[in-house]
Design a protein around this ligand. Sequence first.
Ligand code: IPE
Ligand code: IPE
Ligand code: MG
Length: 249
Amino acid sequence: MNELYPKHVAIIMDGNGRWAKSRGLPRIRGHHAGAEAVRRLLKGAAKFGIQWITLYAFSVENWKRPAAEVNGLMSLLTGFLSANRKTLCDNKIRLRIMGRRSDLPDAVNRLLQSVEKETARFDGPQLILCLSYGGREELVHATRQIAAEVQAGTRSPDQITEKTIAEHLYLPDVPDPDLIIRTSGEERLSNFLLWQCAYAEFVFLPEPWPDFDENSLKRALDLFASRNRRFGGIVDRHGSSIVSAPDAP
Ligand code: IPE
Ligand code: IPE
Ligand code: MG
């Protein structure tokens, strides 16, 4: 295990549709192949000591897609969770969900809740699925909660700090991602983890998500390990020993 490797890796799993199209297959087949890539990733992540894996599985904007594709994705999700529930338990991986859960079909929510409950006792690696997730939506959700506290008189506006906002995100106990990977050659965030990405490193890989394998993961982790994260300071690597400039205010 490489100590320069990231602890929290977040992935924009893009390119399932194009993978299928290039093979003359329906898009849903690309999503199924993408689910296989997730299974491979879970194995790799354990091997490389990654503590938090956050996966962008369905965005708030993805509801715009044709109903057949959306329904196909929802049943793929339930199938994936049912099939991999034992693997999560055997490997002591805790499942967490981020997103506007009320948008999800009841059957999906029930299954998610049951797997979350079953894995809640594990204090090792976490798999965080972003479902009906939007970064702006998350900030709206946090803002509403804070505004309600101000209205109730339990907080004054000048007590609102960065920490207050961070504490009102969907999963406040999860640290910011160190590394964001996006597959399929697109180089954009598409509304992913807008607050949490402030100091993340980015790796864009050309392969579509269904082709993502252990080599892809290793390549991204090695690129991360070669970067020099400064967090606005002067030195150093990976936030382990940030040195302030002598004349810093
Ligand atoms: C990513 O693959 C999976 C989801 C967004 C659910 P896409 O479905 O976006 O695949 P492309 O980008 O159309 O190839
Ligand atoms: C981002 O991919 C969302 C997920 C991977 C779930 P999209 O394919 O939806 O993003 P755009 O539309 O290309 O920006
Ligand atoms: Mg896409």
